[in-house]
Ligand binder design. Sequence first.
Ligand SMILES: *[C@@H]1O[C@H](CO)[C@@H](O)[C@H](O)[C@H]1NC(C)=O
Ligand SMILES: *[C@@H]1O[C@H](CO)[C@@H](O)[C@H](O)[C@H]1NC(C)=O
Ligand SMILES: *[C@@H]1O[C@H](CO)[C@@H](O)[C@H](O)[C@H]1NC(C)=O
Ligand SMILES: *[C@@H]1O[C@H](CO)[C@@H](O)[C@H](O)[C@H]1NC(C)=O
Ligand SMILES: *[C@@H]1O[C@H](CO)[C@@H](O)[C@H](O)[C@H]1NC(C)=O
Ligand SMILES: *[C@@H]1O[C@H](CO)[C@@H](O)[C@H](O)[C@H]1NC(C)=O
Length: 645
Amino acid sequence: MSFLSVVSPFALFILCCRSLIHAQQPYVAKATTNCSNTADSALGYSCNGLNKSCRAYLVFRSQPPYTTVASISTLLGSDPSQVSEINSVRETTTFPTNQLVIVPVNCSCSGDYSQANTSYVVQQGDTPFLIANNTYQGLSTCQAIQDQKSTGTVDIFPGETLTVPLRCACPTKNQSDLGVRYLLSYLVAPGDAVSIPSVRFGANTGTTLEANGLTEQNPTIFPFTTLLIPLQNPPTSSQTVAPPPPPTSPPPSPPPPSPSPNSNKSSNKTWVYVVVGVVGGIVLTLIIGTIIFFVFFRKSKKQPSPVIVSQSSEAHEKPLNKKTDEESLEFSESISSIAQSIKVYKFEDLEAATDNFGPSCWIKGSVYRGLINGDFAAIKKMNGDVSKEIDLLNKINHSNLIRLSGVCFNDGQWYLVYEYAANGQLSDWIYHSSNEGKFLNWTQRIQIASDVAKGLNYLHIFTNYPHVHKDIKSSNILLDSDLRAKIANFAMARSTDGMEGEFALTRHIVGTKGYMAPEYLENGLVSTKLDVYAFGILTLEIITGKEVAALYREENRNLSDVLNGVLSGEDGLEESLGQLIDPSMQGNYPSGLAVLMVRLIDSCLHKNPADRPAMDEIVQSLSRILTTSLAWELSNNISGYHSSS
Ligand SMILES: *[C@@H]1O[C@H](CO)[C@@H](O)[C@H](O)[C@H]1NC(C)=O
Ligand SMILES: *[C@@H]1O[C@H](CO)[C@@H](O)[C@H](O)[C@H]1NC(C)=O
Ligand SMILES: *[C@@H]1O[C@H](CO)[C@@H](O)[C@H](O)[C@H]1NC(C)=O
Ligand SMILES: *[C@@H]1O[C@H](CO)[C@@H](O)[C@H](O)[C@H]1NC(C)=O
Ligand SMILES: *[C@@H]1O[C@H](CO)[C@@H](O)[C@H](O)[C@H]1NC(C)=O
Ligand SMILES: *[C@@H]1O[C@H](CO)[C@@H](O)[C@H](O)[C@H]1NC(C)=O
């Protein structure tokens, strides 16, 4: 794959709302290949840092004969103990070929350029170009090597010791003001686009472009050159492991089908009864077994029982932390193919699709319904920096996360084109105060909770770095025509890794009242357990039909006390469930499963984030509750669905 193929049209548009392009360091581009071209950029990064010397990081790909901590440290003039520490390996470790190795160096100004000195003994057959490009992989340039020679001759001789200046830089005043503390000299690999190393090291693609004097109009980068990645924190060894390729199709095991409420049930009735009759006994035994098992093991949360980690059929849940070259290649390829699948629309096309953003196409807020090529799409007008949301949605592909299909930038505004969810916001379905006759039965509610859990689990585990949605609430959950849920609005989503984690601590607290976990409100602490808490509140709303605000108001007690009251059965189980569960279901729910739901919600609302279950445990629990609910529904012939339209 040539580097050209990854310069996707998408990359040209991402972030073009960033106004400032102050080249911090010009990108070296092709200058490295012509040793008689002594452009400044080829001689080194200019000495424009806030400090004249600083800690910097280089990235090296292990290649024979430089595959050990010792040989790489010697080659790059670094300290082996620091190299082993930052890569979380022993000093005696031999890296697999092509493994990314982080190398800390002291970077300082030497004349007009900033560099980290190392020395190299010339071998037979070496040329400055071979040393710079093949041995140092582009961390130095032939021009810079020649420039170090004070003797006036550019010839090199075997056995001669050369000073090799490695390309590094110290953050400028501007970068420092933005919280950048280190610059990492990343070695561009074939197939890389600026976003790939940026995402990998937790940097913002726009900041990286800016740091290298690149623009979104011209983001082309070449293999065997260095790209500066601005970092707020030192890089970590986890970032040297290739992230798993994002699944390119919805999860392998489709969730159980949702009840198809409007289908011609009667024609299937006889068949259904026969199946229920024959299988009923067996199923019932299984159900009871499951419930008993579940109830018993729910208590020992710290130690997930073998039942909870039952052999999941979701093949993609296997941890993918073994790096192979194929994986990194696949990852770059999938990024580029997904990026190419995001269409860049002309503004006129969107105007035509939405009747000039007319009232007939208006859905809510700044969201419009558009008809594009015969399919509906939701088009959202957005101001400000949408790069994070685009960047994230560009990487994810899951049937329970809303899909971004296109973007458009016009007159200072972004327009994001999403897949259309015909049944709108979940909030319009669950709150009695506003549901206008819309109704969800028990199984549909559990299905929705399970969908949301799967989407969040994907976000927490399968994205490049764990991402936290940070704004899970009923109005950010959309329902498609089959009432299957999709998580939307990733404007606040952030990576838990690197610079962005710290941002959360320094920024003001954002979120929706009632859904925010106590540790976030009090300390601004961001983790995936934030979403677990919000998910607990959301699920409570789903089964009670009440808004969280109303729940807090009506129950003058702590929510946990309310739930525990139900669980302890102090007023009689049926009675207290009856008070809690949405009365519009008229008691049509399996109380055994309702108790399990209450227990699950209670565990999500633990004050201590560590005591809350992880999303994957919740997915497992909910899928069992859903299966049992479906069986219950079949045997009770419940069909409480009333269509809204
Ligand atoms: C720093 O930012 C200011 C304006 O914000 C700009 O004028 C200046 O050129 C920038 N300096 C560098 C070194 O990029
Ligand atoms: C290399 O650079 C020099 C100086 O900029 C230029 O004169 C020469 O034509 C270039 N050679 C090639 C092959 O591009
Ligand atoms: C510059 O040096 C000062 C004092 O040594 C240090 O506190 C600061 O973090 C440095 N800034 C950067 C961006 O390296
Ligand atoms: C960098 O400088 C620090 C102190 O100035 C020193 O302890 C360290 O060993 C140096 N590292 C290298 C690789 O020279
Ligand atoms: C690096 O080497 C150059 C000459 O080769 C020298 O001028 C400079 O002082 C050295 N820098 C450091 C930090 O040793
Ligand atoms: C630079 O080095 C790499 C690997 O060592 C090699 O594949 C590539 O062809 C070299 N570039 C040039 C222009 O020779």
